[in-house]
Design a protein around this ligand. Structure first.
Ligand SMILES: [Zn+2]
Length: 241
């Protein structure tokens, strides 16, 4: 192997070592496997479950596995559904036991609960999953809002903190018409397609809420099939944690 080829090889090894994940300034993984054309469909669940059956049947039909982050409250109220998700090969992970807001929306470095309380909250969520023989390694914080301390507490429980990738409006699918930041499902879909036309979505964590307030009639999860078709057409495959 000549010198140029060798340096190319080192370059490729370096790139593949460092470029696979994007970690944000708080320490959470916000994008995975950026070298692969894989999208991570992420779903969170706490107090609404009405869209889960629809989401599961679309994923089955499309032969796609998703990553579900569920609170302890959700797990205890929907044990059969959660067992079924895990048995079908979807990832099931923790999302706080009681869906507590861990840190201040504005002063992000301020915790709103003691470290002990936060640790207990994650642990109780993990215990609810353990009861169903589910032992995940990845955790998505409640409200997708956390700081370095939360990431560290989760790590003490062997949990790697992950969050959704920014760039699309998919995470605003929980909004209801009276909210100032309300966005229709058409506009959410447009935001994803416009991102897709300009950027790579390799390793993108795309967050969708399978259960939302009854005040939102225009459910984005009903567009999941259409969205997966479009992403497949663009050459993307799907991965899970
Ligand atoms: Zn949540």
């Amino acid at each position: 192997m000549n010198k140029i080829n060798l340096s190319c090889l080192f370059f490729i090894i370096t790139i593949s070592f460092y470029a696979q994940r994007i970690v944000d300034k708080e320490g959470a993984i916000v994008r995975s496997d950026t070298l692969k054309k894989n999208i991570y469909l992420c779903f969170t669940g706490h107090d609404h479950a009405e869209g889960f059956e629809n989401v599961i049947s679309v994923l089955n039909k499309q032969k796609v596995k998703g990553s579900f982050f569920l609170t302890g409250d959700f797990v205890r109220s929907n044990e059969n559904l959660v067992k079924e998700l895990s048995k079908s090969g979807h990832f099931v992970g923790a999302h706080s036991d009681k869906h507590l807001l861990y840190c201040d929306w504005i002063k992000r470095d301020s915790l709103l609960h003691s470290e002990k309380r936060i640790k207990e909250d994650i642990l109780q969520n993990l215990n609810a999953l353990k009861k169903l023989e589910i032992c995940p390694k990845h955790f998505m914080p409640p409200y997708e809002w956390y700081n370095k301390k939360v990431v560290e507490i989760a790590l003490q429980l062997n949990q790697i903190t992950v969050n959704f990738s920014s760039g699309t409006r998919s995470n605003a699918d929980y909004t209801t018409p009276e909210m100032p930041n309300y966005i229709s499902s058409n506009d959410i879909l447009k935001s994803i397609y416009s991102y897709l036309s300009l950027n790579s979505m390799n390793g993108f964590h795309l967050l969708i809420h399978p259960g939302t307030s009854p005040k939102r009639k225009d459910k984005f999860y009903l567009r999941l099939d259409e969205l997966i078709n479009k992403l497949k057409k663009e050459g993307y495959q799907f991965s899970k944690f």
